[in-house]
Design a protein around this ligand. Structure first.
Ligand code: KG4
Ligand code: ZN
Length: 334
C-alpha cells in the first residue's frame, strides 16, 4: 500500500510517499528555519503563509521523485494534531482536497505517533510491544507502545518539553534558533561536569520537569553578564546537555526495568542529540535492553514518519477521516 503523506504542523512543509509503512519512496522537506531564525523562534503567521506557498510544490515534488501521479497512491495521510493551528490547517485542507479529488481514503495522523513510527522505517525488525522515550520541541513522554496504534503513558513532563528547554537555554547562551543543535555542537568542546545544575523533583517517578533547570541556566548567564564575568559556554552547553540526557535516560531505563521491557525506542526532534543518543545506548546496553534510534535525518519533522504511522492506523485500526476532518492545536497522544 502506497501512502502520500503530508506534514505541516510547525516550520517544515513536508510530503512523502511511503510503501507499507516501512519503505520511503520519496521524502521532501521544505524548511522555513532560516526565516524564523530572524525572530528567535517560530512566528505562527509566517509559518502558515510559507506552508501555503510551498505545499503545492512540495507535494508535486514528492510524487515526481516517486515517479508517480496522484492516481497511483492508495491513500492520502496528513498530520492533523498537535501543532500550530494555522500551520496544521494548510496540510489538513490540502490533504482533504487531494483525497476528495482522487476518491482515495484520507488518514489522519497524530504528529507524535508519527515521530515514534520513524523507527519502523529505519528498523525493519522493530515491532510492538516496546517502551518509547519521546523527546521533541513540544513533548517529553515515556510511552508504552502496546501495538502500532495503541499507546499508554508512563510519564510526561509537568512543564517544559526537553526541546523547549534546549531552545530557551540555548537562546540565553547566545545561540540562534533552534538552539538544540547548537548546544549539541558546543557541548562537544566542553566539560559536562563544570557547572552543577539542579535535577528537579517530580511527584511521579517517571514524570519530568525541565522548567527549573532552564531557568537556572538563564539566571546563571544573566548573573555572569551583570558581574562582567566570562562563562565557559561550551562547558555550560555540555553540562546542560548532560543533565537533560541524564534525567531522561535514568527515568526511562528505570521505567523499562519496572515494566519489564527489553525492547526500547527513542523518538522526536531531541532524539537527534548526540549526548542523549550515546547515554541512552550505554544505559540500555548495561541493562540488557535492545534500543532502536532513528537516523538523525528522520528525527526532526518529516512526512515519511506520518506515512509510516498512517499505514498502521489504516490497516490495524481501520482509521479514516471524512471531509469534516479538522486540525487540532492540542491533543494528547492518549
Ligand atoms: O520533533 P521536532 O522536530 O518538533 C516538534 O515536534 O516539536 O523537535 C524540535 C526540537 C527543537 O526544540 C530542537 O531544538 C530540538 O528538537 N533538536 C535538538 C537537536 N536537534 C533538534 N535538541 C538537542 N540536540 C539536537 N541535536
Ligand atoms: Zn515534531
Amino acid at each position: 500500500m502506497k501512502i502520500l503523506a503530508i506534514e505541516s504542523s510547525c516550520d517544515e512543509t513536508a510530503a512523502a510517499v511511503v510503501e507499507d509503512g516501512r519503505k520511503i519512496i520519496s521524502n521532501i522537506i521544505a524548511t522555513q528555519v532560516e526565516e524564523h531564525k530572524l525572530y528567535g523562534g517560530v512566528v505562527p503567521e509566517i509559518a502558515s503563509r510559507r506552508h501555503c506557498e510551498s505545499i503545492v510544490g512540495v507535494v508535486d515534488e514528492a510524487l515526481k521523485s516517486a515517479d508517480m501521479e496522484l492516481g497511483d497512491v492508495d491513500a492520502v495521510a496528513v498530520t492533523y494534531a498537535p501543532g500550530l493551528i494555522g500551520a496544521l490547517l494548510v496540510g489538513v485542507n490540502f490533504a482533504k482536497s487531494l483525497a476528495f479529488a482522487s476518491g482515495k481514503p484520507l488518514i489522519p495522523v497524530h504528529h507524535i505517533k508519527g515521530h515514534i513510527a520513524a523507527n519502523y522505517i529505519a528498523h525493519a525488525e522493530l515491532e510492538p510491544p516496546y517502551i518509547c522515550l519521546v523527546a521533541s520541541g513540544g513533548h517529553s513522554q515515556i510511552m508504552r507502545v502496546e501495538s502500532y496504534t495503541k499507546f499508554s503513558t508512563i510519564g510526561r513532563t509537568m512543564d517544559d518539553a526537553a526541546g523547549e528547554a534546549f531552545d530557551k537555554a540555548a537562546r540565553a547562551m547566545g545561540f540562534p534558533y533552534p538552539g538544540g543543535l547548537h548546544i549539541d555542537k558546543a557541548a562537544k568542546n566542553g566539560d559536562p561536569k563544570k557547572y552543577r545544575l539542579p535535577r528537579p523533583h517530580t511527584a511521579g517517578p517517571y514524570d519530568f520537569s525541565f522548567s527549573g533547570l532552564k531557568t537556572n541556566v538563564i539566571n546563571l548567564v544573566h548573573n555572569a553578564q551583570q558581574k562582567g564575568e566570562e562563562l565557559d559556554i561550551n562547558s555550560l552547553a555540555a553540562s546542560f546537555q548532560y543533565t537533560v540526557a541524564d534525567i531522561l535516560t535514568s527515568k526511562f531505563v528505570s521505567a523499562a526495568n519496572e515494566y519489564g521491557y527489553k525492547t526500547a525506542a527513542l523518538a522526536g526532534g531531541v532524539a537527534a542529540n548526540s549526548g542523549l543518543r550515546s547515554l541512552l545506548e550505554e544505559r540500555c546496553a548495561a541493562n540488557g535492553i535492545k534500543l532502536y534510534i532513528p537516523p538523525v535525518a528522520l528525527c526532526g519533522d518529516n512526512a515519511a514518519m506520518i506515512g509510516s504511522q498512517a499505514y498502521y492506523e489504516y490497516t490495524e485500526a481501520g482509521i479514516t477521516a471524512d471531509m469534516s476532518l479538522n486540525a487540532e492545536a492540542t491533543k494528547p497522544l492518549v
